[in-house]
Design a protein around this ligand. Structure first.
Ligand code: KG4
Ligand code: ZN
Length: 355
């Protein structure tokens, strides 16, 4: 049988991405065009600007992915595209692009849930078997999932308000750091004292795996304002200490909740994915939790933690192998929970209520 080769297209937030991935887990190319510069002045992603930029860039990014892989469209077995959840204009642009290529070539089309793309990444990078425990932490979502198959997810807990990446971005904004804030907060935190400014560890006093990050961001705002009132301004060291305290609080919450989720997991495997999984100290804290529980810890390389087309191509291959096909009625969905049976979470990521 000939090799399965998929094009994956991703445009649900502020990265326009395309990749070519094979059925035996080779990433032949992966192109990500970031829109950070377009949104920088607005302190967050502006949906209309994002949608227009996706529409302008998708063709180029897809073409580049094919060129980098040294393949033509005729070498492909199918096209996978993020069909939600996400900012609807961007998702629509991606779905339209994929439909156009599918209609022009006759190739099979497979719609993919963006969150499934993140959640199946350890299968692409490490080839692990089902089931496994996944902590998905990004700008729009935060949840513990038991992953039993390409389409079988059970949510064990999640945020009841902001996602951690969103909190990182808001803290960056409070401290006049650039967006997206995560990497900048991490860099500042590296030179800071995490113990100088006490911050809460929300929901640790309650059983279960649910989390909350919105109060933490407000606590950073209060601490910042107190420092400004006392000193007449913020010093470099204050900013670093605030970032360090915030990052340590997020790490503590994620670590303790991961410990509890692992206790509920049928297998001793903790995998992480999503942009916040790119954070060094958070990764280290989670790794420690896994080691203490005697569990295997899996974190994808940084470029596969943040949004990319390879994870979409891979999730598409997995769905394709299950016999899943979409047609020209495939629609873009702003919301698309992975665990259809779970009760909707309050808020659950205010940036477009993705999960
Ligand atoms: O998964 P992702 O690329 O996009 C979605 O939200 O789906 O995640 C982006 C989020 C942003 O909020 C960004 O600030 C955060 O991940 N992030 C980080 C780091 N790198 C990216 N947060 C903390 N530390 C980082 N190093
Ligand atoms: Zn994502």
């Amino acid at each position: 049988m000939t090799q399965t080769i998929f094009l994956g297209i991703e445009s649900s937030c502020d990265d326009t991405a395309a990749a070519i991935v094979t059925g035996d887990r080779q990433i032949l190319s992966s192109v990500v065009s970031s829109q950070s510069d377009l949104h920088a002045d607005f302190g967050g992603v502006v949906p209309e600007i994002a949608a227009r930029a996706h529409a302008e860039r998708l063709d180029l990014v897809v073409e580049q992915a094919l060129v980098d892989a040294g393949l033509g469209l005729d070498a492909l077995s199918g096209i996978a595209v993020t069909a939600g959840p996400g900012l609807i204009g961007g998702v629509m642009a991606g779905v339209m692009c994929a439909k156009g290529i599918a209609a022009g070539t006759g190739l099979p089309l497979v719609g993919v849930n963006h969150l499934a793309g993140h959640a199946l990444t350890p299968r692409l990078t490490d080839g692990i078997d089902y089931p496994y425990l996944m902590l998905l932490v990004s700008g729009g979502h935060c949840q513990f999932l038991r992953v039993d198959g390409p389409d079988a997810f059970t949510r064990l807990g999640g945020t009841i308000d902001d996602a951690p990446g969103e909190a990182f971005d808001k803290v960056a904004k409070l401290l006049a750091l650039p967006q997206p804030g995560g990497p900048h907060v991490e860099a500042e935190a590296a030179g800071g004292d995490a113990d100088r400014i006490p911050l809460p560890r929300p929901l640790l006093d309650r059983p279960g795996c649910d989390m909350s990050f919105s109060g933490l961001k407000t606590a950073v705002l209060r601490a910042r304002d107190t420092l400004i009132a006392d000193q007449g301004g913020l010093r470099t060291a204050d900013r670093r200490d605030l970032c360090a305290a915030f990052q340590a609080a997020v790490a503590d919450v994620l670590a303790e909740k991961s410990r509890r989720a692992l206790a509920l997991s049928p297998v001793p495997v903790l995998a992480v994915a999503g942009g916040v999984a790119a954070n060094g100290p958070i990764r280290a804290a989670l790794q420690q939790v896994a080691a203490a529980a005697g569990a295997r810890f899996l974190a994808p390389p940084l470029r596969l933690c943040t949004d990319n087309g390879a994870m979409i191509a891979w999730a598409g291959i997995e769905r394709f192998r299950m016999g899943h096909r979409d047609d020209m009625t495939l629609s873009a969905r702003p919301r698309w929970p992975l665990d259809q049976g779970a009760a909707p979470m309050l808020g659950s990521g205010k940036r477009g209520a993705k999960a």
